[in-house]
Design a protein around this ligand. Structure first.
Ligand code: SF4
Length: 375
């Protein structure tokens, strides 16, 4: 055993478990995985490209949510060349509803980089993967270990929790010293063969049994090796994060319409919440909708789009959350005063063409409202 070390926050880091313990863990975990691994469309590994797509989609997203998106995405973009040749808007349309759209933009940009810099051949080295947009240490290690059985450790939310409990790490796992310790632990655990299966087994156990609340310790293959379980510390490890206080936000989305029925869409710009997606003109309000004047709303829409509108009429209200923001979105309808041709980031779009545009979830709901109204 190595000596316990002080972390940067003065909490004591545990010792790395010895070789015998690690061997036992590998055997048990792989045996458990062979019996209990869920059947998923990306198992066994469908190769580098599809493993890459699945790993990007699975970031911060539940398996059940990803499954239908994964199938549709691969049907339309079956390899890296097809993905690179596609328009970003179409890629985002296939991602619509999955959230964290930066992932899709990076995936697309990385596909283009693979085509221009690697002649369309996906890299097989860790460093080359890290040089692609959207590929961090975890993702590069996961892709190469799962698709090619290369020996790279992984660390993500499920494994942070599992590994922290397996050594009773009471320090905050988010600090630099805890992260460095957990990466060393993950590397020390890796077997010499079946690294991809082993990494997936860690994530599978973390995601299905060693869950944040009420972990299934009585069914866990590692229960009698787990100090957190032995000491009844499962609920305290990892140390709960302090949640950001929720913020109430009032927004308005305005369906600006021409006499011929076309509606105004605006492409969200860099730094905006839905960068790259299109949306009905959406503005933040100074107060709840019933306390906002028509002049404020018209002025904000004109500043955002360059289009003057008539007094808007409220149509519907949606409540939704984005990170810690609790958003009340009031949807209005208004006639546009200038329906001339527009190009670039602001466009008049026929209702039948809305389906081709990637929209935020609430934008798609508004689009459906319009279709229902017309029917
Ligand atoms: S015994 Fe419980 S806390 Fe320990 S690894 Fe298994 S599920 Fe997690």
């Amino acid at each position: 055993m190595t000596r316990p070390r002080q972390s940067g926050t003065h909490a004591v880091l545990p010792a790395l478990p010895d070789n015998l313990w690690r061997q036992r863990l590998r055997r048990r975990l792989l045996r458990w995985f062979d019996r209990h691994a869920r059947e998923l469309p990306w198992r066994p590994s469908p190769g580098l490209y599809a493993t890459w797509v699945s790993e990007i989609m699975l970031q911060q997203t539940q398996v059940a949510t990803v499954i239908p998106y994964y199938g549709r995405f691969l049907a339309r973009f079956p390899d890296v060349r097809v993905l690179a040749a596609a328009d970003e808007q179409e890629v985002l349309r296939h991602w619509e509803g999955l959230g964290y759209y930066r992932r899709a933009r990076h995936l697309h940009a990385a596909a283009r980089q693979v085509v221009t810099q690697h002649q369309g051949c996906l890299p097989t080295s860790f460093e080359q993967w890290r040089a692609l947009p959207g590929i961090g240490r975890y993702t590069a290690g996961a892709i190469l270990s799962i698709a090619l059985d290369q020996r790279h450790p992984i660390l993500e939310a499920n494994t942070v929790r599992l590994l922290s409990r397996l050594v009773a790490l009471t320090a905050d796992p988010g600090t630099g010293s805890s992260q460095e310790f957990l990466w060393r632990f993950a590397a020390a655990l890796l077997p010499w063969r079946r690294c991809g299966d082993f990494n997936q087994a860690l994530m599978e156990l973390g995601g299905t049994l060693c869950t944040p609340r009420a972990p299934g310790c009585s069914r866990c293959p590692l229960a009698n090796m787990c100090p957190a379980y032995a000491r009844g510390l499962q609920d305290q490890i990892p140390r709960p994060k302090r949640r950001a206080a929720s913020v109430t936000v009032h927004e308005a989305a305005v369906i600006v319409q021409c006499a011929d029925g076309r509606v105004l869409l605006r492409r969200c710009q860099a730094g905006e919440r839905w960068e790259g997606l299109w949306d009905f003109p959406r503005v933040e309000l100074s107060a709840a909708a019933d306390r906002v004047t028509a002049a404020e709303l018209c002025g904000k829409v004109a500043a955002l789009t360059g289009i003057a509108i008539d007094a808007p009429r409220p149509l519907a209200t949606f409540r939704h959350g984005v990170t810690h923001h609790r958003i009340t979105l009031t949807c209005y309808q208004a006639a546009g005063q200038d329906c001339g041709t527009r190009r670039g980031a602001v466009r008049w779009v026929a209702l039948d063409d809305l389906a081709a545009y990637p929209l935020p979830v609430t934008g798609r709901r508004i689009s459906r409202l319009l279709q229902e109204e017309r029917a």
